[in-house]
Design a protein around this ligand. Structure first.
Ligand code: KG4
Ligand code: ZN
Length: 299
């Protein structure tokens, strides 16, 4: 049971925080009823309430924790505050129940491009991150430049399937170590579009394919070195951008036989509540539900 706010924000070309929070408030009670119905469970069947405590938009987080506290009091259930980023990794465990840490994770979303090692449940060490834009943010901005509207990532994915990256090659970001950077690539696209004037549909598809290829190969190049630096038996790639068609195909090739790769099914890659429930289940009692909009990976 997922309600998408895409239609709500489309006309604005991005998420409007006030509208997002109000929509959470209006829809959550009904969504909860629908989810319980669909799952065929009653409050008495539950043993815990998991709720996102951050990172994210403060208004939305407050609506969630407020509701969780109300339910906790009404149903006499404990609450666990969950780190949204952890949730993306735990989504992989929903699709593969025998998956256990230690693992190497790549979380690619609208705000993060993080390489993490997870030595055990509830413990994450960031070994690589982006210096500027996140991968999803880069896709969204590039899509806007190409006139593809919002949300940009899925639109670019679709258009790229019609394009040929070799006809409009774009630079591949390359920083030393495990750091990412996508702002130079974005600028390269901007200049290319300026030079081209009014590109036709095929050229826009070629540009989408080239942009996608640069982002995907850059993401996987660092994953590849991380795997070389310290081998891992399990690799997880998750977050909204993990829904990308090229990333899914190339990740399997790059990881190869070195580790078992898990990428959650599309519906568990983009934001959802099931991943928060999974994280709450594994992490258990010790995380309070105090809202922290700029939470890192540490708690
Ligand atoms: O994890 P997510 O749903 O929300 C955040 O926590 O940010 O990720 C959203 C991001 C957006 O930037 C969106 O454009 C991107 O994931 N995205 C994609 C695809 N589907 C979603 N990017 C590339 N290809 C896709 N198929
Ligand atoms: Zn997310």
């Amino acid at each position: 049971m997922i309600h998408s706010q895409v239609d709500l924000h489309r006309d604005f070309g991005g998420v409007v925080p006030e509208l997002a929070a109000r929509d959470h408030l209006e829809r959550l009670p009904r969504l909860l009823d629908m989810a319980l119905d669909e799952a065929g469970v009653k409050p008495a069947d539950l043993n815990r309430i998991a709720v996102t405590r951050g990172p994210g938009l403060v208004g939305c987080l407050l609506v969630g924790t407020g509701m969780a506290e109300g339910l906790s009091a009404a149903w006499s259930l404990p609450i666990t505050g969950v780190n949204h980023l952890w949730g993306h990794v735990y989504a992989a465990m929903l699709s593969r129940p025998d998956l256990e840490p230690p693992l190497l994770g790549l979380v690619v979303s609208g705000a993060h491009s993080d390489l993490v090692r997870m030595p055990r449940h509830g413990r994450f060490e960031v070994i690589g991150r982006t210096r500027d834009d996140a991968a999803g943010e880069a896709f969204d901005k590039a899509a806007r430049m190409l006139g593809l509207g919002y949300p940009g990532g899925p639109a670019m994915d679709r258009l790229a399937r019609q394009g040929d990256a070799r006809r409009q090659p774009l630079p591949r970001p390359s920083l030393p170590g495990l750091e990412y950077s996508f702002s130079g690539l974005k600028t390269a696209l901007l200049y290319r579009l300026r030079d081209l004037g009014e590109p036709d549909d095929q050229t826009r598809a070629d540009l989408s394919a080239a942009f996608e290829e640069s982002v995907v190969e850059s993401l996987l190049e660092k994953l590849d070195s991380a795997l070389d630096d310290a081998p891992a038996n399990e690799v997880v790639i998750a977050g909204g951008v993990a829904a990308n068609t090229l990333l899914r195909r190339r990740a399997a090739e790059v990881v190869g036989e070195r580790a078992r790769l898990t990428m959650p099914p599309l519906v568990l890659c983009t934001d959802n509540a099931a991943m928060i429930a999974a994280a709450g289940h594994f992490v258990g009692a010790h995380h309070p539900a105090t809202v922290d909009p700029s939470l890192g990976w540490d708690a």
